[in-house]
Each structure stands twice: as structure tokens, then as C-alpha cells.
Unconditional design. Structure first.
Length: 312
């Protein structure tokens, strides 16, 4: 193996991964600080303004843990796709991570498949491997993180970010916080927040549209009939964006740029195996458990128009 040639081909992957480590770590500082100071806010609201908390070794440790857990989940998702490609000798790049100063510290990751997928089983297996891997990794992070999360007296909601809850989080929370009173909020431990992000990524990718993982799976299951439903699901994105979270509209525009069409496969009429039909049912359950209509509450298009005074 030519080592120099290998690194010339993957230097950008490693650079973006390193930058994403930094971006998730620095965003993790904020979430770790919020978690550490949550129990003291009611007694001393000025605690969040104390810069010395950022020099707290425990806060730094929690940020590292957040970055590691989140990147393991995202890396697992992309490696699921990559290893499935390798299994079928389909050429694919290593994952490209996207660092960004967002609420989670990244825009996610992707691999580029460089050779055509011509068989139904290949398409199905490559499409489903990523979300299965991210869900399997995110679930224990969510359980462990929730077990370390805190119930605190409810905080004022006017200036607070409130995140939507997937069904899986509600179910786990109902067990771990069954005695939670109406006047309390759960402050997520950074590990739980990383798990929440992993669940969000899984749900986002499972919509049966275009080049999304769900689009690959859906096309493998129903073939060209999937084209008839693409516009329906795209319209659902815009409706969700208007009433729940404006990010759905951004996601819909990105899908439009990438295209709704799916390359045809050679054996479209061949039925899926019994095991793949079982996995289809399982992935529908995972989607139901992972879907979050409002990842960030009070951030729909209508909410933003009301805040800016353009509506209502």
C-alpha cells in the first residue's frame, strides 16, 4: 500500500474530522456548563454569567464526553454505509464530517458513493446500515445519559431553548423520572444530549425521499412506485416547517437541490427476502421512535414571523 497516496486521498476527511472534534467540543462546553449550573440557577441566576465556570475541569470533561459520544454515533452511521458498500465492492469514500457553529456543533457527515448501485439487495442493505447503526449507538447513550440527568425546578421559558422529545425519550423518561412533578424540568446530561442528537439524525435520514437513507430503503421496497409519494412527503416537510420547526423547510430545499429521482435498479421486480422484510418493519418502528416534529420548540415559520412582527 502506498501510504503517501493514501493520505493524499483522505487528507480532507481527516482535516474535517479534526475540525468537527473542535466544533463539537466547544459547543459541548456550553451544554456542559448549562447542565452543571442548572441546579443553582433558581438560587443565583447570575451563575451562567461566570466565566470561571468554563475553567471548571468537570465542565471540560463533560464537553469531551459529549464530543466523543456524538462523533461515535455519527461515525457509526457513516461507517454502516461504508462497510455495506465494501461488502458489495461498491466504491465509496471515507466519511466527510461537517463542522459548524450550530446548536450541536456539526451539520453531520456523509460518504460519497462513487460507483452505481444496480441491485435491490445492495441498495436496501446500504441504505439501512447507517440508521440501524446510529440508533443502536444512540439508544444506550440516551438511556445512560438520562440516568445521569437532573430534575430541577422549572425555569422561565421566555428566553430558554426547549428541545422536542422523540417517542423513545418520552418512554425512557417515563421510567427513569416517573415521580417528576408538574413544576420540574429535566436538564439533559451531555451524554443524553449526544444521544438525542443521534436519534434526531436517525429520524431525519429515514424520511422516504430522494437520496436520504429512507429514500433508498423505500425505493428498494416499492420500486418506481416511490416516485408517486415523493411529492407528498416533500409537502409534509413544508407543512412541518410552517407549524413546527423551520429546519424542515431548509431540509426540503436541500432535498430539492439533490433531486427527488432515484436511479433505477436492474432487479426491481425481485421480492425482498424475509429477513429484509423484517428489517423494513423494524426500521418503521425506529422511525416512529426517533421522529421529532419540533426539534427546537417555538421555532416554526409562524413563530419566527410572529417574533419579527410580520405575522400576528
Amino acid at each position: 500500500m502506498d501510504t503517501a497516496k493514501f493520505f493524499r486521498g483522505v487528507w480532507l476527511n481527516f482535516l474535517l474530522f479534526g475540525l468537527t472534534i473542535l466544533s463539537t467540543f466547544f459547543v459541548g462546553l456550553n451544554w456542559s456548563l448549562n447542565f452543571e449550573s442548572a441546579g443553582r440557577l433558581n438560587a443565583d441566576p447570575s451563575v451562567l454569567g461566570r466565566n470561571d465556570l468554563f475553567r471548571d475541569g468537570h465542565v471540560v470533561t463533560l464537553s469531551v464526553v459529549y464530543a466523543v459520544v456524538l462523533l461515535v454515533i455519527l461515525l457509526g452511521h457513516e461507517l454502516g454505509h461504508y462497510l455495506a458498500c465494501r461488502r458489495y465492492r461498491i466504491s465509496a469514500t471515507l466519511p466527510y464530517f461537517m463542522p459548524a457553529p450550530t446548536l450541536i456543533g456539526t451539520l453531520g457527515a456523509f460518504i460519497k458513493i462513487k460507483s452505481p448501485i444496480t441491485r435491490k439487495n445492495q441498495l436496501f442493505d446500504i441504505g439501512i446500515a447507517g440508521p440501524l447503526a446510529s440508533f443502536v449507538l444512540a439508544l444506550p447513550a440516551l438511556i445512560i445519559g438520562l440516568s445521569m440527568s437532573r430534575a430541577v425546578p422549572s425555569l422561565p421559558r421566555e428566553d430558554a431553548l426547549v428541545f422536542g422529545e422523540p417517542l423513545i425519550l418520552k418512554l425512557i423518561g417515563a421510567v427513569l423520572f416517573k415521580d417528576l412533578s408538574a413544576g420540574q424540568d429535566i436538564i439533559l446530561h451531555p451524554v443524553a444530549f449526544a444521544g438525542w442528537v443521534g436519534i434526531l439524525v436517525t429520524g431525519l435520514n429515514l424520511f422516504p425521499l430522494g437520496q436520504l437513507d429512507g429514500g433508498h430503503i423505500f425505493y428498494a421496497v416499492v420500486g418506481r412506485k416511490s416516485k408517486a409519494t415523493a411529492k407528498f412527503f416533500l409537502a409534509a416537510y413544508f407543512i412541518l416547517g410552517i407549524f413546527f420547526w423551520i429546519g424542515w423547510i431548509v431540509w426540503a430545499l436541500l432535498i430539492l437541490v439533490l433531486g427527488l429521482k432515484h436511479p433505477q435498479i436492474a432487479d426491481e421486480e425481485e421480492p425482498l427476502s424475509a429477513s429484509r422484510k423484517f428489517l423494513t418493519g423494524l426500521i418503521v418502528v425506529i422511525f416512529a421512535l426517533s421522529f421529532i416534529p419540533d426539534p427546537v420548540r417555538s421555532s416554526s415559520l409562524l413563530d419566527i414571523l410572529q417574533i419579527t412582527g410580520l405575522f400576528g
